[in-house]
Design a protein around this ligand. Sequence first.
Ligand SMILES: CC[C@H](C(=O)O)C(=O)SCCNC(=O)CCNC(=O)[C@H](O)C(C)(C)COP(=O)(O)OP(=O)(O)OC[C@H]1O[C@@H](n2cnc3c(N)ncnc32)[C@H](O)[C@@H]1OP(=O)(O)O
Length: 231
Amino acid sequence: MDRPQVKNAVSFDMVGELKEAFQGIKEDDSVKLLTLTGAGDVFCSGGDLHDFHGDLGEQNAFQMLYGMKEVLYELARFPIPTVALLNGPARGGGTELATACDFRYIKEGVTCGFTQGDLGLTTGWGGGTLLYHRIPNLHAYHWLLSSSLYDSNKLIDIGWVQGTYVDDVLEQLKPYTDKTVEQVRIFKQQYIRQQLPLSISTEMDEEVRRCSMVWDTPEHKEAIQKFLSAE
Ligand SMILES: CC[C@H](C(=O)O)C(=O)SCCNC(=O)CCNC(=O)[C@H](O)C(C)(C)COP(=O)(O)OP(=O)(O)OC[C@H]1O[C@@H](n2cnc3c(N)ncnc32)[C@H](O)[C@@H]1OP(=O)(O)O
C-alpha cells in the first residue's frame, strides 16, 4: 500500500489497484508467497476517512464497503501463502486487511486495533468474521468489542502475530519459501479446506450488511466530523 501522505488509507482507487495486483500475482505460477506491507511508517490506517465516509445511506455504504470485502475474501482464499508485514500501526480496516492474510509479522512496539467501534461503526470488510478463524473466540470478541489497541507483545500472546522482524524479513520467511511452488499450493489448499470454506463469503457479506446499517448514525457522523476538524 503506497499512500504514505495519508498513512496508506484505502481509497476507492486503491480497492481497484489491490484487486488488479492480486490478479497479476495469481496468474504468475512461479510465485510462492504474497507479502502485503505499507509505505512509510504505517501499515494501513483503514478506510480513507475523506473518500469512504461521506454522507451515505445504508445501500450506498454497503456497495462502498463491499469492494473491500471482495479484496479480503480474495486474500483469505489466495492460492499461495500470504503474509502481512506490519511495518507500523494498523487501524480499523487496516487491521482487517492484515487479518485476511494467513500470517502476520510485526516490528517491535507497533500497535494494531479495530478502531471502528470508536467511530460508531463495526468491522465492515469481512475482517471480523476472519478474525474468529485466526485467534481464539473470546480474544476475538474482546478485541473487537473493546476497540483496544494491542502492542506487538500482546498480539503475539493472543496468536494473531507469528513473530517480530527487524529488517531482513525475507530471510525469516525462508521456512515458507524454501518449499516448491507445488508444496506451498497444496498446504494452502489444505488450510482453506479446513478453515475457510466457500460459505465464509456469506458470513462476510452479513458483516458488511451489519456495518452499513450503522453507517448513517449520529455516532458515526460525529466521530468523522471530529476527525476532519482536527486536521
Ligand atoms: C470498515 C472499515 C472502516 C472503513 O473506513 O470503511 C475503517 O477503516 S474505520 C477506521 C478508520 N481509521 C482510523 O480511524 C485511523 C485514523 N488514523 C490514525 O489513527 C493515525 O493517523 C495513525 C495511527 C494511522 C497514524 O498516526 P500518525 O500520528 O503517524 O499520523 P497522523 O495522524 O498525523 O496522520 C497523518 C495524515 O494522515 C491522515 N490520515 C490518517 N489516517 C487517515 C485515514 N484513515 N483517512 C484519511 N486520512 C488519514 C491524517 O488526517 C493526517 O493528514 P494531515 O493532512 O497531514 O493532517
